[in-house]
Design a protein around this ligand. Structure first.
Ligand code: PMP
Length: 379
């Protein structure tokens, strides 16, 4: 099976020697590593987060950081802390399906604004929020994956980021900036995060709640991520967390902090980036070579995902069983819209993840998929 479905990083090249060194950090301080820890994460881990965010161009202080069990927990905590049944949230369309799932537990009213090649359409956001305001509603937060978005791979342009900050201020909404892929850029210059822009302007975090993850720059198996936000927001999320868990795994934090302290993570990230870049190029090359006219796709400069749009009338979800039977897996576009498989949006789209399959295999996978699309088009 050519796996172009889940956003799985490649963990195969990490290296046993480094793993052994990390494990010895735990053995050296076993009693502490096996103990309960602080809800916000260990001090060392929060310093590590500050170092990673700074490396990404978002210099922050550890005092504004809480460690979570993955960015996914940050999404859930945002829902727990800020949403009540019927509250308005604004999300991108399409968006990360894990966020849709996390928010839906709290019963919000979800509005969507489209994403194009330059990221979230902020004029649409302005219109929606103004319209809602006239009707007496205010959005609690705007959820956005501004860099190498899941699922489209799009990166939000700098002017749009500035404008989004302004709009959020005007409408007194929080911005939930989910940025697990920001450090995985394969070409071009980095665009500042919303968190960095806000801190530059205001001197500290205000309404941007930044969610980070160790899953893509290191390993999803450690289940570690973080929230960077204003102390009041962190406090609200901490309160919401009570009863959910007693804090992130200390064992996991000890191992991860030891690894990041070695400084080796930057070299490893460079290796990962070169690998992903080749895989992306293989997928984009194969799309160009094999897909029939009428099919279009995005060309991301980083991250894991390519978004493929098929001609109207071709049902990507319906086609999936045949695709997997022939040996290629992808995620149907409908997964990334609030209506899901029962809805009307994204039916003729699909997401390919290029992070996991080696170039030769990925190319074969796209060739199989293109063959199937041709059949459905009646070529
Ligand atoms: N947000 C986005 C946009 C993601 O793509 C993912 C992982 N696929 C997550 C959050 C969850 O990340 P984590 O593994 O840190 O929970």
């Amino acid at each position: 099976m050519v796996f172009l479905a889940g956003g799985h990083p490649d963990t195969s090249i990490f290296g046993e020697e480094t793993l052994r060194e990390m494990a010895s950090a735990v053995v050296g301080d076993g009693a502490a590593a096996l103990q309960y820890g602080s809800t916000d994460g260990t001090g060392v881990m929060r310093e590590t987060v500050a170092e990673v965010m700074t490396a990404e161009g978002t210099p922050v202080g550890a005092e504004h950081v809480a460690v979570t069990s993955g960015a996914q927990q940050g999404l859930d905590l945002a829902g727990r802390a800020f949403l009540e049944e019927g509250d308005l949230v604004l999300i991108e369309s399409p968006t990360y399906h894990g966020a849709l799932q996390a928010f839906s537990s709290y019963g919000p009213r979800v509005m969507t604004a489209p994403v194009d090649r330059r990221g979230l359409d902020v004029e649409a956001v302005r219109e929606i929020l103004s319209h809602e305001r006239r009707a007496g509603y205010r959005a609690k937060f705007i959820y956005v994956v501004p860099t190498f978005q899941n699922p489209t791979g799009a990166t939000m342009a700098l002017e749009r980021r500035r404008e989004l900050l302004e709009i959020a201020r005007e409408h007194d909404a929080l911005i939930l900036e989910d940025n697990p892929y920001g450090l995985l850029r394969y070409e071009g210059d980095a665009v500042p995060t919303l968190a960095a822009l806000e801190m530059r302007e205001r001197g500290g975090p205000e309404r941007v709640v930044y969610l980070g993850s160790f899953s893509k720059v290191f390993a999803p198996g450690v289940r570690l991520g973080w929230i960077h936000a204003h102390p009041e927001i962190l406090g609200a999320m901490r309160a919401a967390r009570k009863g959910a868990d007693l804090g992130p795994s200390v064992l996991s934090q000890t191992v991860t902090a030891a690894y990041f302290a070695s400084g080796e993570w930057k070299t490893y990230l460079g290796r990962l980036g070169r690998r992903y870049r080749k895989r992306r190029d293989a997928v984009l090359g194969a799309l160009g070579e094999f897909m029939p006219e009428g099919v279009s796709w995005t060309s991301p400069s980083g991250g894991f995902f390519v978004w493929v749009t098929l001609p109207q009338g071709i049902d990507a979800a319906g086609m999936l069983p045949e695709a997997t039977e022939r040996g290629v897996a992808y995620v149907p576009g409908a997964d990334f819209y609030p209506g899901g498989w029962g809805g009307t949006e994204g039916r003729n789209a699909l997401r390919l993840s290029f992070s996991f399959a080696e170039p030769r295999l990925a190319r074969r996978g796209v060739e199989i998929l293109a063959g199937l699309v041709r059949e459905k088009m009646g070529d």
